[in-house]
Design a protein around this ligand. Structure first.
Ligand SMILES: C[S@@+](CC[C@H](N)C(=O)[O-])C[C@H]1O[C@@H](n2cnc3c(N)ncnc32)[C@H](O)[C@@H]1O
Length: 192
Protein backbone atom coordinates (compact mmCIF):
# COMPACT_ATOMS: atom_id res chain seq x y z
CA UNK A 1 0.00 0.00 0.00
CA UNK A 2 1.27 3.46 -0.91
CA UNK A 3 1.36 5.88 2.02
CA UNK A 4 3.32 8.67 3.67
CA UNK A 5 5.66 10.73 1.51
CA UNK A 6 5.09 8.83 -1.74
CA UNK A 7 4.23 10.90 -4.80
CA UNK A 8 1.56 8.47 -6.00
CA UNK A 9 -1.15 8.57 -3.35
CA UNK A 10 -3.52 5.74 -2.52
CA UNK A 11 -7.18 6.12 -3.50
CA UNK A 12 -8.16 7.98 -0.34
CA UNK A 13 -5.28 10.39 -0.83
CA UNK A 14 -6.19 10.90 -4.49
CA UNK A 15 -9.80 11.66 -3.66
CA UNK A 16 -8.74 14.24 -1.05
CA UNK A 17 -6.21 15.77 -3.45
CA UNK A 18 -8.82 16.26 -6.16
CA UNK A 19 -11.40 17.68 -3.77
CA UNK A 20 -8.84 20.00 -2.18
CA UNK A 21 -7.91 21.38 -5.60
CA UNK A 22 -11.42 22.75 -6.18
CA UNK A 23 -13.09 23.48 -2.81
CA UNK A 24 -12.87 27.10 -1.68
CA UNK A 25 -13.73 28.88 1.55
CA UNK A 26 -17.46 29.53 1.77
CA UNK A 27 -18.42 26.50 -0.35
CA UNK A 28 -21.14 23.97 0.40
CA UNK A 29 -20.08 20.33 0.09
CA UNK A 30 -21.34 16.87 1.04
CA UNK A 31 -19.75 13.92 2.80
CA UNK A 32 -22.03 11.08 1.67
CA UNK A 33 -20.49 8.53 4.08
CA UNK A 34 -19.48 10.10 7.41
CA UNK A 35 -18.12 6.89 9.01
CA UNK A 36 -15.51 7.87 11.58
CA UNK A 37 -15.49 11.47 10.38
CA UNK A 38 -12.10 11.80 8.70
CA UNK A 39 -13.49 13.15 5.43
CA UNK A 40 -16.02 15.35 7.23
CA UNK A 41 -13.21 17.00 9.23
CA UNK A 42 -11.16 17.35 6.04
CA UNK A 43 -14.09 19.03 4.25
CA UNK A 44 -14.99 21.26 7.22
CA UNK A 45 -11.46 22.65 7.20
CA UNK A 46 -11.58 23.33 3.46
CA UNK A 47 -14.90 25.24 3.48
CA UNK A 48 -13.82 27.51 6.33
CA UNK A 49 -16.06 29.38 8.76
CA UNK A 50 -18.43 30.62 6.07
CA UNK A 51 -18.91 27.25 4.43
CA UNK A 52 -21.15 24.28 5.09
CA UNK A 53 -20.77 20.48 5.04
CA UNK A 54 -23.75 18.11 4.93
CA UNK A 55 -22.57 14.78 6.33
CA UNK A 56 -24.66 11.60 6.02
CA UNK A 57 -24.58 8.19 7.62
CA UNK A 58 -27.23 5.60 8.39
CA UNK A 59 -25.52 4.45 11.61
CA UNK A 60 -25.88 6.34 14.88
CA UNK A 61 -22.43 5.14 15.87
CA UNK A 62 -20.90 6.81 12.81
CA UNK A 63 -22.79 10.04 13.47
CA UNK A 64 -21.56 10.06 17.09
CA UNK A 65 -17.96 9.28 16.07
CA UNK A 66 -18.04 12.09 13.53
CA UNK A 67 -19.61 14.53 16.01
CA UNK A 68 -16.88 13.77 18.54
CA UNK A 69 -14.14 14.28 15.99
CA UNK A 70 -15.62 17.60 14.87
CA UNK A 71 -15.87 18.82 18.46
CA UNK A 72 -12.25 17.88 19.10
CA UNK A 73 -11.28 20.20 16.25
CA UNK A 74 -13.96 22.84 17.00
CA UNK A 75 -15.46 22.41 13.55
CA UNK A 76 -19.00 21.34 14.49
CA UNK A 77 -20.64 24.68 13.57
CA UNK A 78 -19.80 24.20 9.87
CA UNK A 79 -21.33 20.74 9.65
CA UNK A 80 -24.91 19.46 9.48
CA UNK A 81 -24.85 15.82 10.61
CA UNK A 82 -27.69 13.81 9.13
CA UNK A 83 -28.66 10.29 10.16
CA UNK A 84 -30.23 9.30 6.88
CA UNK A 85 -29.24 7.48 3.70
CA UNK A 86 -27.22 9.46 1.16
CA UNK A 87 -29.83 8.46 -1.43
CA UNK A 88 -31.98 11.17 0.23
CA UNK A 89 -29.36 13.91 -0.02
CA UNK A 90 -31.59 16.03 -2.26
CA UNK A 91 -34.03 16.45 0.66
CA UNK A 92 -31.37 18.40 2.56
CA UNK A 93 -29.14 20.09 -0.01
CA UNK A 94 -30.61 22.31 -2.71
CA UNK A 95 -27.81 22.38 -5.30
CA UNK A 96 -24.78 24.56 -6.00
CA UNK A 97 -22.61 21.95 -4.29
CA UNK A 98 -18.90 22.09 -5.06
CA UNK A 99 -18.03 18.50 -4.14
CA UNK A 100 -19.57 15.27 -2.89
CA UNK A 101 -17.32 12.61 -1.36
CA UNK A 102 -18.25 8.92 -1.16
CA UNK A 103 -16.13 6.43 0.74
CA UNK A 104 -17.97 3.16 0.17
CA UNK A 105 -17.92 0.01 2.28
CA UNK A 106 -18.41 -0.58 6.01
CA UNK A 107 -17.58 1.47 9.09
CA UNK A 108 -13.96 0.72 10.06
CA UNK A 109 -14.08 -0.86 13.53
CA UNK A 110 -17.84 -1.39 13.19
CA UNK A 111 -20.23 -4.03 11.90
CA UNK A 112 -18.93 -5.31 8.54
CA UNK A 113 -22.43 -6.35 7.49
CA UNK A 114 -23.75 -2.75 7.47
CA UNK A 115 -21.97 -1.48 4.40
CA UNK A 116 -23.06 0.64 1.46
CA UNK A 117 -25.30 -1.19 -1.05
CA UNK A 118 -25.11 -0.77 -4.78
CA UNK A 119 -28.80 0.11 -5.25
CA UNK A 120 -28.72 3.06 -2.86
CA UNK A 121 -25.17 4.01 -3.86
CA UNK A 122 -26.24 4.41 -7.50
CA UNK A 123 -29.29 6.43 -6.49
CA UNK A 124 -27.08 8.71 -4.40
CA UNK A 125 -24.34 9.12 -7.03
CA UNK A 126 -26.96 10.18 -9.60
CA UNK A 127 -28.36 12.75 -7.17
CA UNK A 128 -24.86 13.99 -6.37
CA UNK A 129 -24.17 14.44 -10.10
CA UNK A 130 -27.28 16.62 -10.33
CA UNK A 131 -26.52 18.64 -7.19
CA UNK A 132 -22.94 19.62 -8.06
CA UNK A 133 -22.26 22.87 -9.91
CA UNK A 134 -20.40 23.03 -13.23
CA UNK A 135 -16.77 22.05 -12.56
CA UNK A 136 -17.89 20.42 -9.33
CA UNK A 137 -16.63 16.96 -8.41
CA UNK A 138 -18.13 13.71 -7.17
CA UNK A 139 -15.35 11.59 -5.69
CA UNK A 140 -15.86 7.91 -4.92
CA UNK A 141 -13.52 5.46 -3.19
CA UNK A 142 -14.64 1.92 -3.91
CA UNK A 143 -13.55 -1.02 -1.74
CA UNK A 144 -14.05 -4.52 -3.06
CA UNK A 145 -13.02 -8.08 -2.33
CA UNK A 146 -12.90 -9.39 1.26
CA UNK A 147 -15.94 -8.46 3.35
CA UNK A 148 -17.06 -5.89 0.77
CA UNK A 149 -17.45 -8.44 -2.03
CA UNK A 150 -17.52 -7.49 -5.70
CA UNK A 151 -21.18 -6.76 -6.34
CA UNK A 152 -21.20 -3.04 -5.51
CA UNK A 153 -17.99 -2.37 -7.45
CA UNK A 154 -19.33 -4.16 -10.53
CA UNK A 155 -22.64 -2.26 -10.56
CA UNK A 156 -20.99 1.10 -9.90
CA UNK A 157 -18.36 0.60 -12.62
CA UNK A 158 -21.04 -0.46 -15.11
CA UNK A 159 -23.04 2.70 -14.35
CA UNK A 160 -19.96 4.96 -14.59
CA UNK A 161 -19.08 3.69 -18.07
CA UNK A 162 -22.49 4.77 -19.35
CA UNK A 163 -22.41 8.39 -18.04
CA UNK A 164 -23.05 10.99 -20.77
CA UNK A 165 -19.62 12.16 -21.99
CA UNK A 166 -21.15 15.43 -23.23
CA UNK A 167 -21.80 16.50 -19.63
CA UNK A 168 -19.32 14.69 -17.38
CA UNK A 169 -15.74 13.47 -17.42
CA UNK A 170 -15.17 10.27 -15.44
CA UNK A 171 -11.79 8.85 -14.45
CA UNK A 172 -10.63 6.00 -12.28
CA UNK A 173 -7.32 4.83 -10.86
CA UNK A 174 -5.83 1.50 -11.77
CA UNK A 175 -2.98 0.31 -9.55
CA UNK A 176 -1.87 -2.34 -11.98
CA UNK A 177 0.90 -4.05 -9.98
CA UNK A 178 -0.83 -4.23 -6.59
CA UNK A 179 -2.30 -7.29 -4.92
CA UNK A 180 -5.43 -7.83 -2.79
CA UNK A 181 -7.96 -5.61 -4.57
CA UNK A 182 -6.58 -2.10 -3.96
CA UNK A 183 -9.43 0.42 -3.51
CA UNK A 184 -10.39 2.32 -6.65
CA UNK A 185 -10.67 6.10 -6.81
CA UNK A 186 -13.25 7.54 -9.20
CA UNK A 187 -13.55 11.25 -10.00
CA UNK A 188 -16.59 12.63 -11.85
CA UNK A 189 -16.43 16.23 -13.09
CA UNK A 190 -19.46 18.04 -14.45
CA UNK A 191 -18.55 20.39 -17.28
CA UNK A 192 -21.99 21.33 -18.60
C1 LIG B 1 -16.00 3.30 4.71
S1 LIG B 1 -17.14 4.04 5.79
C2 LIG B 1 -16.83 5.77 5.59
C3 LIG B 1 -15.53 6.26 6.18
C4 LIG B 1 -15.49 7.77 6.38
N1 LIG B 1 -15.48 8.49 5.12
C5 LIG B 1 -14.37 8.23 7.27
O1 LIG B 1 -13.69 9.23 6.93
O2 LIG B 1 -14.18 7.65 8.35
C6 LIG B 1 -18.70 3.85 4.99
C7 LIG B 1 -19.87 4.38 5.79
O3 LIG B 1 -21.03 4.43 4.94
C8 LIG B 1 -22.15 4.27 5.75
N2 LIG B 1 -23.34 3.97 4.92
C9 LIG B 1 -23.79 2.77 4.46
N3 LIG B 1 -24.89 2.94 3.71
C10 LIG B 1 -25.16 4.28 3.70
C11 LIG B 1 -26.19 5.07 3.12
N4 LIG B 1 -27.15 4.54 2.36
N5 LIG B 1 -26.15 6.40 3.33
C12 LIG B 1 -25.17 6.97 4.09
N6 LIG B 1 -24.18 6.27 4.67
C13 LIG B 1 -24.17 4.93 4.48
C14 LIG B 1 -21.75 3.18 6.71
O4 LIG B 1 -22.58 3.20 7.85
C15 LIG B 1 -20.28 3.55 6.99
O5 LIG B 1 -20.17 4.29 8.17
Amino acid sequence: MVIGMCVIKNSLGQSQEMVKSIVKEGDTVIDATAGNGHDTVFLARLVGEGGKVYSFDIQERAIQNTKKKLEEHQLEKRVVLIRDGHQNMDRYAAGNIRAVMFNLGYLPGGDHTIGTRWETTLEAVKKAMDLIMVNGIVSIVIYYGGDSGFEEKEHVMEFLKGIDCRKYTVMKTDFINQINCPPIFVGIEKFK
